[in-house]
Design a protein around this ligand. Structure first.
Ligand SMILES: *[C@@H]1O[C@H](CO)[C@@H](O)[C@H](O)[C@H]1NC(C)=O
Ligand SMILES: *[C@@H]1O[C@H](CO)[C@@H](O)[C@H](O)[C@H]1NC(C)=O
Ligand SMILES: *[C@@H]1O[C@H](CO)[C@@H](O)[C@H](O)[C@H]1NC(C)=O
Ligand SMILES: *[C@@H]1O[C@H](CO)[C@@H](O)[C@H](O)[C@H]1NC(C)=O
Ligand SMILES: *[C@@H]1O[C@H](CO)[C@@H](O)[C@H](O)[C@H]1NC(C)=O
Ligand SMILES: *[C@@H]1O[C@H](CO)[C@@H](O)[C@H](O)[C@H]1NC(C)=O
Length: 419
């Protein structure tokens, strides 16, 4: 017994420094992972498919229980309360998205809330948003659907502070707003493809398609990056037309061109290369500082019974259930998966140098909202074309900014590296 006690004592004496060393090591490891692996959402390539899995990697810092929840897997549920702003309270709704102004009669579509399967998505709180974003600059980089998200955010934030209109270019493609009290700057930077493009000209006239240089980053946004803290990238619709694709200045193929001597590589490859080029630029950027880059995944266009120019329309007045999504999302899901894979590889590279990458994975949620587009209600009655690409304001697109706030909140546990 005594012997046993002594052995125990010796063991304790020996083990104390060992314990100390171990716990020091463990703490260092924890700090290391907290600094190096700050992504809050798991979006590994194997999770692609419209129902991303909710498994969380053991490398991630301990997240609060509700922060492990996959925000993007869920369904739309009826919400009596309705939208957070109206076409009266928000003075900046662009005419083309002010659907009620253009005689949209059904109002149910503003009464659905997104409900993630495993948690609640907090209602947008402008004060929380502006507190997190205080002193920061946010850029929405992409096409008119990207702009659509900024317009929604502008309406959501205006209830807290009226922003100053700081800059607008002649074509109104670049726009900057500033919230003086919070010193928050928000801008939209127009870019069709994220990479350089010019209109394809055949026999001296434009074709509607583009020559796209997949390895050359678009100057519309790249030079602005050093002043940006949050960069939200999107794009997809312009890829889905007859374009010619270049790398190293050489034609490598096309999208939908049906020419015997040019390979049709399809939109997927072009989307992949363009996002790869954009994210590579961020990780290679020498005078950029700890940017949080967000991918907003493809927003589906939802024409039924035709295309936009053959009388296609979007006349539904209620959302779909997840099971009702046609063809499990089809090509939209395919492009979304390609985008997700690109940001995941950028994240792996970028986190080593203090850059962060995360997602607003809106594709699944929006595939359920064919009722959320302007349709014919966009001051274009004469031509009779429907807009089934953009989204009414207020409308389901507002959830993108609820996702955005929640992602910023989760990421804010890991402050951006200061300039
Ligand atoms: C997600 O989590 C729920 C409950 O925690 C579990 O039942 C489900 O199997 C998980 N799904 C996946 C794909 O891991
Ligand atoms: C708001 O929508 C209503 C229809 O719901 C319309 O009559 C009104 O003109 C709109 N107001 C503004 C300022 O757009
Ligand atoms: C506002 O934020 C910018 C960075 O976006 C910073 O350079 C500037 O000093 C800030 N101004 C004030 C008054 O804090
Ligand atoms: C361009 O012009 C040539 C000669 O006039 C004609 O043969 C060809 O079909 C035209 N190509 C297109 C795409 O219109
Ligand atoms: C493909 O063929 C057309 C018609 O023969 C020609 O005008 C065009 O220059 C060719 N394109 C390439 C890349 O060779
Ligand atoms: C498509 O056309 C069918 C047959 O004309 C019609 O019943 C249906 O309502 C249309 N759907 C939409 C979304 O326009």
């Amino acid at each position: 017994m005594l012997l046993f006690r002594q052995q125990e004592k010796i063991f304790i004496l020996l083990s104390r420094p060992l314990l100390l060393i171990c716990s020091v090591c463990f703490t260092i490891l924890l700090i290391f992972y907290a600094l190096r692996a700050p992504d809050s959402i798991n979006f590994t390539a194997k999770n692609v498919g419209y129902v991303p899995s909710n498994s969380s990697s053991s490398l991630h810092p301990p997240a609060k229980e509700d922060e492990k929840c996959n925000l993007f897997k869920g369904r739309w549920i009826w919400d009596e309360k309705g939208p957070l702003y109206t076409n009266f309270s928000c003075k900046t709704i662009p005419d083309k998205k002010n659907c009620f102004l253009h005689e949209r009669m059904d109002k149910d579509f503003v009464h659905w809330r997104w409900k993630p399967d495993e948690c609640e998505l907090p209602v947008f709180d402008p004060r929380s948003f502006l507190s997190i974003a205080r002193g920061k600059t946010m850029a929405f980089i992409g096409d008119s659907v990207s702009r659509n998200q900024m317009e929604s955010l502008l309406c959501l934030l205006s209830t807290e502070e009226t922003p100053k209109d700081v800059y607008k270019d002649a074509k109104d493609r670049f726009r900057t707003w500033h919230f003086p009290h919070y010193n928050f700057t928000m801008m939209s930077l127009w870019s069709r493809f994220l990479v350089t493009s010019s209109q394809t000209i055949v026999n001296g006239s434009v074709t509607g398609g583009f020559d796209v240089h997949l390895d050359k980053v678009d100057d519309n946004w790249a030079p602005k990056l050093p002043v940006v803290d949050y960069a939200i990238f999107s794009d997809a619709q312009w890829f889905l037309r007859q374009n010619y694709l270049y790398e190293g200045g050489n034609l490598i193929g096309c999208i939908y061109c049906q020419e015997p001597n040019v390979t049709d590589l399809g939109p997927g490859l072009a989307i992949q290369r363009a996002f790869r080029t954009a994210f590579k630029y961020i990780n290679d950027c020498k005078n950029c500082f700890g940017i949080l880059t967000l991918l907003r995944t493809i927003s589906p266009s939802q024409f039924e019974n035709g295309t936009w120019k053959t009388g296609g329309s979007c006349v539904r007045t209620s959302p779909l259930a997840p099971e009702e999504i046609q063809d499990a999302g089809g090509a939209d899901m395919e492009y979304r998966n390609i985008q997700m894979a690109e940001i995941e590889s950028a994240r792996k590279r970028g986190e080593k140098i203090g850059n962060r990458f995360d997602v607003l994975d809106v594709t699944g949620a929006m595939l359920m909202r064919p009722d959320g587009h302007p349709g014919l209600h966009w001051r274009n009655k004469k031509k009779g074309y429907s807009d089934c690409v953009h989204w009414c304001l207020p409308g389901p697109i507002d959830v993108w900014n609820e996702f955005l706030l929640e992602v910023l909140r989760r990421q804010s546990h890991f402050p951006l590296r200061s300039r």
